[in-house]
Design a protein around this ligand. Structure first.
Ligand code: DGL
Length: 283
């Protein structure tokens, strides 16, 4: 792993395979604007969604080590696929040797925790990548917290490429959105709440709503993850004290910064100036 640049020591690290984690970063910054953040998109190796457990684990661990080398004490995996396939192993196997006091958190548990009272029918759906859906991570978390809920998981493997290639608001996206929404309701017509279990999917929100009955809620997870982080920092002052607060954000990508700047600025509605870094593991 090459260190090409040094970020803001004490910043909170936000990681995604590509642009999707920006939907989480936006909500976190809105709720916790004082902290410093470093965002890393592993665009060169995205998408992660259909990669093996070994690949997602190795790539995510490499990214976590990169954040720690930048001085981050706390890293949020703003990627459901990485949270589903790598978080537990990193927490249990790697964190004990990666430095005391460092923390890595994911997005699945905070999302599962937030489901209280959302569904009247008690039938909900999780949309996610193949990796997230096949891991059954959502079902396992939800079963512990809300055993009354019937959960249908639907993998939507084309949706991340639509977002990464900025096709999410183009007519071509309609086919793939309609396909999965129709399939979902064939599988369970009682669904009244849909959780977007992939951080890329909020970009497809308008298209998703077009193909849904009005009574069905669609939930993006960013607000829940942000609220959970705020709560975590309040409950763990020893971690919060290690996080610097100058309100800065730095962006890094493993692809070309020019492309990242153009795409990310569209997602964030602001101009950004990303830097390139390199993550080198190949599987
Ligand atoms: N944003 C990632 C997630 O939440 C997308 C994964 C991918 O790269 O396929 O799962």
């Amino acid at each position: 792993m090459k260190e090409q640049s040094v970020g803001q020591a004490g910043a909170i690290g936000i990681f995604d395979s590509g642009y999707g984690g920006l939907t989480i970063l936006s909500e976190i910054r809105a709720l916790l604007p004082a902290y410093d953040y470093i965002y890393l998109g592993d665009n060169a190796r995205a998408p992660y969604g259909n990669r093996s457990y070994d690949s997602v684990y190795a790539f995510t661990l490499e990214a976590v080590e990169w954040f720690f080398a930048q001085g981050c004490q706390l890293v949020i995996l703003a990627c459901n696929t990485a949270s589903a396939k790598a978080l537990r192993s990193i927490q249990q196997i790697n964190l004990p040797t990666l430095g005391s006091g460092k923390r890595v958190l994911g997005v699945i548990r905070p999302t599962a925790e937030s489901l209280t009272g959302l569904s009247a029918s008690n039938h909900i759906a999780i949309l996610g990548t193949e990796g997230t859906i096949q891991s059954h991570s959502y079902e396992m978390e939800i079963e512990k917290l809300h055993p009354q809920l019937t959960v249908t998981g639907e993998a939507c493997p084309m949706w991340v490429p639509l977002v990464e290639n900025r096709e999410y608001d183009k007519p071509g996206a309609d086919y793939f959105v309609k396909q999965h929404i129709s399939h979902l309701f064939e599988r369970d017509p009682l669904i009244d709440t849909i959780i977007l279990g992939c951080t890329h999917y909020p970009l497809l929100m308008n298209k998703i709503r077009q193909y849904l009955p009005d009574n069905v809620k669609v939930i993006a997870q960013g607000k829940y993850v942000a609220a959970s982080l705020k709560d975590y920092l309040q409950r763990h002052p020893e971690i919060a004290q290690q996080c610097t607060r100058q309100g800065t954000v730095q962006y890094y990508t493993t692809e070309t910064p020019e492309k990242f700047n153009l795409q990310a600025s569209l997602f964030l509605n602001e101009q950004i100036d990303a830097r390139k870094t390199t993550l080198e593991k190949k599987l």
